[in-house]
Design a protein around this ligand. Structure first.
Ligand code: MG
Length: 382
């Protein structure tokens, strides 16, 4: 048997497990059987993921389900739209899906979001399984039951909470990811380490590079542990605040900055995890600037980000842009996480001590942004 670990997500009658391991796709009969036995499965995926991974999962579905169909959705973020959701739902109806059927999302964050939303809506909700194929989706979007599409008013404003029945995180699929995408996904894992505390963060400092080395010959313990830790952290926060009323906000550590960065460069120029990494550094720098934590924490975080190949400040992001702190500031003011007109930041009193602060003076944010955006600072630290 291949190595696997289980992370319980404790949500009462909506509880489920995230299973993390190697070669799970072909060894998932025992996980899927209780959910899909005697039922039809509708696999929602995209053409790239289907070509790479479906042949590994198909024999298991053939064995445990009463039948399965594959439905392709287009590649890319533009698929998260009302139009594509409608196409998908009608396609599922055409194929004879009914309320006893199970919808299985095989793919990255876009597939998980669109399939999860479709599962919530189809005949008012059907059972749903997440099989995420990127590091980012394995540790973030596939866990917690949130799904959403984009509209002309912004990203992820229309969606539901619909928990999966199981999440299968096969780390073997990560071997086929582009290096840049794998490393970007690790940005969210660094975030979880900062949220969790000293023991976890120093484990990441020690083992993060090995987790990302993806040596096909060696066992994947470090990667499995990094993914497990990410899912456990997300799961614990979600269990405490399933519908995002308060505590869940700390998951947004680094994201107020990251969303502003993404808005400024336009979608697709940077990977989300890269913006998150620069955002984490900015959030730590702002925490230090306001006297909540030591500057040593900021330097330590930058060292770890740099050690795994993530940008350690906004100026280090892979664009040729001259960053404008005032423009980033303006984007933050429009962020949906704004509460009562003031921008809410997740700050750190130390590793493992995140908190939400919506009283941060604009001048402090601008000062930190100017420092994080400065190429001079980026160059002199190398
Ligand atoms: Mg994120």
């Amino acid at each position: 048997m291949t190595e696997r670990v289980r992370v319980p997500i404790d949500l009462g009658e909506r509880s489920y497990e995230v299973v993390v391991g190697e070669r799970l796709l072909e060894h998932s009969a025992d996980i899927l059987s209780p959910i899909v036995a005697g039922r039809r499965v509708f696999v929602v995926t995209d053409e790239v993921v289907r070509a790479r991974h479906l042949h590994r999962l198909a024999p298991v579905l053939g064995e445990v389900a009463s039948g399965y169909e594959t439905v392709l959705i287009p590649l890319g973020e533009r698929t998260k739209s009302f139009a594509q959701l409608e196409v998908l739902l009608n396609r599922l109806l055409d194929l004879g899906m009914d309320r006893r059927s199970v919808l299985l999302a095989l793919g990255g964050g876009v597939v998980g979001d669109v399939a999860g939303f479709a599962a919530a809506l189809f005949m008012r909700g059907v059972d749903f399984v997440q099989v995420p194929t990127t590091l980012m989706s394995q540790v973030d979007s596939a866990v917690g039951g949130k799904n959403a599409i984009n509209t002309r008013h912004g990203k992820n404003l229309i969606g539901t909470f619909h928990q999966p029945r199981a999440v299968l995180n096969d780390v073997t699929v990560l071997h086929s990811l582009p290096r840049r995408e794998l490393v970007a996904g690790y940005g969210e894992i660094v975030k979880y380490g900062l949220i969790r505390g000293e023991r976890v963060f120093s484990w990441l400092e020690q083992h993060g590079p090995a987790a990302l080395a993806l040596d096909e010959q060696a066992p994947q313990q470090a990667l499995i542990e990094a993914v497990r830790m990410g899912c456990e952290t997300k799961g614990d926060i979600v269990a405490a605040d399933e519908r995002d009323q308060g505590r869940r906000a700390i998951i947004n550590l680094g994201h107020t900055f990251a969303h502003a960065i993404e808005t400024e460069v336009g979608y697709g120029a940077l990977l989300h995890g890269e913006a998150v990494a620069a955002g984490l550094a900015a959030a730590a720098a702002l925490s230090a600037k306001l006297g909540y934590c030591e500057t040593a924490l900021v330097e330590r975080l930058r060292r770890h980000l740099g050690a795994v190949g993530l940008p350690e400040r906004i100026a280090a992001l892979a664009t040729q842009r001259n960053w404008d702190p005032a423009a980033l500031m303006a984007h933050m003011a429009h962020d949906k996480k704004t509460v009562g007109g003031r921008v809410a930041f997740v700050l750190l009193r130390g590793v493992g001590e995140p908190f939400v602060d919506n009283t941060v003076p604009e001048a402090a944010v601008l000062t930190v942004l100017a420092e994080e955006c400065s190429r001079h600072n980026a160059d002199t630290r190398r």
